[in-house]
Design a protein around this ligand. Structure first.
Ligand code: NAP
Length: 206
């Protein structure tokens, strides 16, 4: 797949590395082109402006902070028809979920800021240190995702598998109201309840 990644931070570069290793073609788009070129060079990927990465990719990963998402999207031009993966966690001032209890989600707001994009919420619950380390006692960490476009979700599920995770379809994009707090639940368990970051959430099956 041709994937445009907006953001060269921990999640963008980490997922880009895993996908490049699986044979996907990656273009990083960043406001700092020199930084994007440095990151891309280590992965055999290419770099450009955010708009160039969007033009390149059939799948676009938005890997910027929630507070920067709307501004970053405005710099991208039209995303109509593109699969747009939203992995943002909308932190409030207290470090908890800013949108909890509201009749919306970050992903639904992003869909409103990116008209025509086929938005899939995914990877928000995956800690960056788990990228490349997704196995827990022989079991792959769960990847909870949702969206309204079945074909877009199938692509994202494949990218989740390629990154080493166990994808779980959680339903339509409105289910992001449930999927987004899962990431915060994991952070609560890992960093406030003493379970630590070598833990993960998964749907058990039998
Ligand atoms: N870290 C995690 O474990 C984790 C897990 C799941 C989800 N997430 C979510 O993933 C997203 C990225 O997190 P991260 O940990 O990868 O962050 P990060 O390492 O701080 O990287 C953030 C990236 O966003 C770019 N950026 C910031 N403001 C921007 C703007 N206004 N326009 C364009 N680009 C901008 C930064 O560019 P510069 O380099 O130019 O500053 C950087 O490349 C966040 O929404 C976070 O909530 C993170």
């Amino acid at each position: 797949m041709k994937i445009g990644i907006i953001g060269t931070g921990r999640m963008g570069s980490g997922l880009g590395k895993l996908w490049a290793a699986k044979g996907h073609t990656i273009m990083f788009g960043a406001r700092d082109l020199a930084k994007a070129q440095r990151v891309a060079a280590t992965l055999g990927a290419s770099a450009g402006t955010p708009a160039e990465a969007v033009a390149f990719g059939e799948v676009i990963l938005l890997a910027v902070p929630w507070t920067a998402a709307q501004t970053a999207l405005q710099a991208l031009g039209s995303l109509a028809g593109k699969v747009l993966i939203d992995l943002t966690n909308a932190f409030g001032a207290d470090g908890g979920p800013a949108l909890l209890g509201q009749p919306t989600s970050g992903a639904e707001q992003i869909a409103g800021w990116a008209p025509g994009a086929r938005v899939v919420k995914a990877f928000n619950g995956i800690y960056y240190e788990h990228l490349g380390r997704s196995q827990f006692q022989g079991q792959a960490e769960g990847l909870f995702y949702c969206g309204d476009d079945p074909a877009a979700k199938a692509l994202v599920a494949q990218l989740g598998t390629d990154a080493g995770f166990d994808p779980v379809d959680c339903g339509p994009l409105t289910a992001a109201r449930l999927v987004e707090p899962l990431g915060f639940l994991w952070m609560q368990l890992a960093f406030r309840q003493g379970h630590g970051p070598d833990t993960a959430l998964k749907l058990l099956r039998r």
